[in-house]
Design a protein around this ligand. Structure first.
Ligand SMILES: Cc1cc2nc3c(=O)[nH]c(=O)nc-3n(C[C@H](O)[C@H](O)[C@H](O)COP(=O)(O)O)c2cc1C
Length: 167
């Protein structure tokens, strides 16, 4: 496995309740990466059921909702982590908006997700959405909690994975 240490790295993440945000911050800290938060322009409802319905409708329509901001100089990055919660068995739609906005050819894209039960097709879908990139195996961190507090207990698992993929 080629070492990825010292490569210019970006951690792009989406998070609604905080789990993926906490994990993304940890990954960025461990790898010395910059961070970019993927935020839908129209905020999701803060109440779970309303958010779930909104997200489901958006997924069923295969939408590419507008997102806030831009990564400055994406060309400088060699490695891009894409960290997401599983939403309706895949990544939230704004993540696909993000992935389709940039030329990620030749970069190493590494998927990561958090979920209540499991990744379903989420990690594969991030790989499929970045066909011109190289990839490393992603992981899914399963937690029954929301809000990010349970993530600290998962750091060992993240450490092991980062070592396996070359960090
Ligand atoms: C709209 C919505 C849909 C979800 N769909 C799934 C799912 O299909 N499978 C799953 O295991 N967890 C699902 N979950 C649970 C989240 O993936 C899990 O709580 C995740 O850690 C939340 O990450 P966050 O705190 O970064 O938002 C869903 C949560 C929400 C809000």
């Amino acid at each position: 496995m080629t070492s990825l240490k010292g490569k210019k790295t970006l951690v792009a993440y989406f998070s609604w309740s905080g789990n993926t945000r906490e994990a993304a911050h940890y990954i960025a800290q461990k790898t010395g990466a910059d961070e970019f938060e993927i935020i839908r322009e129209k905020a999701y409802p803060t109440e779970y059921n309303a958010c779930a319905e909104d997200a489901k409708a958006e997924k069923e329509a295969d939408e590419r909702p507008a997102i806030k901001g831009k990564v400055e100089n994406m060309a400088q990055y060699d490695v891009v982590f894409v960290c997401v919660p599983v939403w309706w068995y895949t990544a939230p739609m704004p993540v696909f908006t993000f992935l389709e906005q940039y030329d990620l050819s030749g970069k190493i894209v590494i998927p990561f997700c958090t979920a209540y039960s499991g990744p379903s097709s989420t990690l594969r879908d991030i790989v499929s959405a970045t066909p011109k990139s190289d990839h490393r195996d992603g992981i899914c961190i399963v937690t029954k909690e929301m809000g990010g507090k349970d993530m600290v207990g998962k750091h060992d698992k993240i450490d092991k994975w980062l070592t396996e993929i070359g960090f």
